[in-house]
Design a protein around this ligand. Structure first.
Ligand SMILES: [Zn+2]
Length: 120
């Protein structure tokens, strides 16, 4: 797939998502050009399928880690962006499941149960 030719659509929630070859970015990111480009770069790296590569990409999150301050101030000023941390998202009436996030949430829940188990 030619990533540079991927269609970009601006929506009013979330941060960045990639589904069916279309990248959905929060329109407010236009006010944060550096963050906009970092998120776009990140979304372009996704395969659009559930692969180990995609999970590692989200765990490492190299593109956004270098601009955490901008990222968190964006999240605080645009709380609707936080829906991006949910494992399922409805875009233009269609539900998309972010399997990397499903995995990360499950990992977090399992870790939580294990910690609770050892501490009780
Ligand atoms: Zn990602």
């Amino acid at each position: 797939m030619v990533w540079d030719k991927m269609e970009i659509k601006y929506i009013n929630f979330g941060t960045g998502n990639m589904a069916d070859g279309v990248i959905y970015l929060n329109k407010n990111l236009k006010k944060y050009p550096r963050l906009h480009d970092a998120i776009l770069k990140h979304e372009r790296k996704h395969s659009g399928r559930f692969k180990v590569k995609d999970i590692m990409l989200d765990f490492r999150n190299e593109e956004i880690r270098s601009m955490n301050k901008e990222y968190y101030s964006f999240l605080l000023r645009h709380p609707k962006a936080l829906v991006n941390f949910l494992p399922a998202l409805k875009i233009n009436g269609v539900w998309y499941y972010d399997l990397s996030l499903v995995f990360i949430w499950m990992f977090g829940i399992v870790m939580g149960i294990m910690i609770w188990w050892f501490l009780k």
